[in-house]
Design a protein around this ligand. Structure first.
Ligand code: 0PR
Length: 385
């Protein structure tokens, strides 16, 4: 560490140098990210609440009220305004909380001591972290031809030790939505905890359905759904970090409570202690500012761009891995592997990502990618052949 403090000018010169090395969302070159440029209103609200700590929210009742309102707004989008939950750091922490709640409930209500987690092969790797931390046995669920959970396989693998089933609404690699109505029926009948990971889909599907898309139900409308992850820092346009976990019943938060004798509240159910009130304020502000109609416009635009890209790829001889349901396109070239194509794109300044199951070049059409960027991207692909 430097002995004497530097001047503000020197510090900002250095900060600028660091920042210059980073890619910029505005360039349209970031093609594999689920995060995007936060909305200006969210940035403004974020800086206003830097002092608020939700880990001791008795000191910050105003910020806590905003958190409750965020959860209520999200609950409204997901068909349950009475949902319980909190703003967390992202999808990983939300999924971790859901698994912890499910594990503790399974132990308390059913005496399960060797818990098994039924996890779709398409599920995000955050569940593997949760399983590792909590010493859970993961049973991978096979997928059907549409890369969604195979219902027969699920049925065959439920056992007396099943502590939870995971369903995904917007898979990380392909944006697929598992057959959640059928999964919910099974879990409801067998009294098994069902967690839906809608980290991506939670800020897309509710808006697509009013735009005349006919996507399957995935949220609290389904009786078997016990909790849902939805991430404001993905399609919600909130700054990083902002995730959210919603539970159908308060008991799921209660089973995670730890006594906190010297805080302003008696108990805490979150994994982290000190929590950002700035994230809460930013999320509240952007949701209020855009409203339902604002998000519909954003979602309409990203889906337009998704279909535009998919059509252009097909016109130019590329093969789509699947028809995009949400804002993810995965494709292959007929003459080279995804790895080779990824490298070609990288050498030309386009940072895409790979899908692995099945292999392909994966593009996430976030709001920072415009039609013009897609045209430039296609020009780059055309120059290859
Ligand atoms: N659930 C799903 C369905 C996800 O896709 C992700 C992340 C998570 C949970 C975990 O969310 P957090 O990363 O917020 O904890 N999906 C992206 C991924 O891992 C996240 C991402 C974001 C990746 C920006 C790259 C990037 O530049 O692919």
């Amino acid at each position: 560490m430097n002995k004497k403090g530097l001047t503000e000018e020197t510090i900002f010169d250095q900060l600028n140098d660091f920042q210059k090395k980073d890619l910029k969302y505005n360039s349209g070159r970031i093609l594999g990210s689920m995060c995007t440029k936060p909305h200006p209103i969210a940035i403004k609200a974020y800086t206003k609440f830097l002092n608020s700590n939700m880990g001791d929210y008795g000191l910050f009742p105003g910020t806590k009220r905003m958190e409750d309102e965020v959860i209520q707004m999200l609950g409204g989008l997901l068909h349950n305004e009475q949902a319980y939950g909190c703003v967390v750091t992202g999808g990983t922490e939300a999924n971790l909380m859901a698994i912890r709640a499910a594990r503790n409930t399974a132990k308390k209500e059913k005496g399960i001591t060797s818990p098994e987690l039924l996890l779709p092969k398409s599920a995000h790797f955050s569940f593997k972290k949760a399983a590792d931390l909590m010493n859970l046995k993961c049973i991978p669920l096979e997928l059907d031809d549409n890369y969604c959970v195979d219902i027969d396989f699920l049925n065959e693998n439920i056992s007396k030790n099943t502590m939870a089933v995971i369903g995904v609404a917007g898979t990380t690699e392909l944006g697929e939505i598992d057959p959640l109505p059928a999964i919910s029926d099974i879990c409801f009948d067998k009294n098994i905890y069902l967690h839906v990971d809608a980290a991506l889909g939670g800020f897309i599907i509710p808006f697509l359905n009013v735009l005349d898309y006919d996507l399957v139900d995935f949220d609290f409308k389904l009786d078997g759904v016990c909790s849902i992850t939805t991430d404001p820092h993905k399609m919600g346009l909130a700054p990083i970090p902002s995730g959210a976990i919603l539970f159908r019943e308060k008991k799921y938060l209660d089973v995670m409570n730890i006594d906190t004798p010297y805080l302003t509240m008696k108990q805490q159910s979150t994994i982290v202690g000190t929590r950002s009130g700035a994230s809460v304020a930013a999320t509240w502000a952007v949701m209020k500012y855009l409203g339902y109609e604002g998000y519909c416009e954003i979602v309409k635009e990203v889906m337009f761009n998704t279909h535009f890209l998919a059509e252009e790829l097909v016109k130019n001889g590329y093969e789509l891995v699947s028809n995009p349901l949400l804002n993810i396109v995965s494709f292959n070239s007929k003459d080279c592997s995804p790895e080779v194509l990824l490298k070609y794109l990288k050498n030309n300044g386009w940072i895409a990502s790979l899908s692995t199951c099945p292999p392909g070049i994966r593009i996430v059409l976030m709001p920072h990618i415009t039609k013009e960027h897609i045209i430039d991207f296609m020009d780059c692909l055309k120059k290859r052949s």
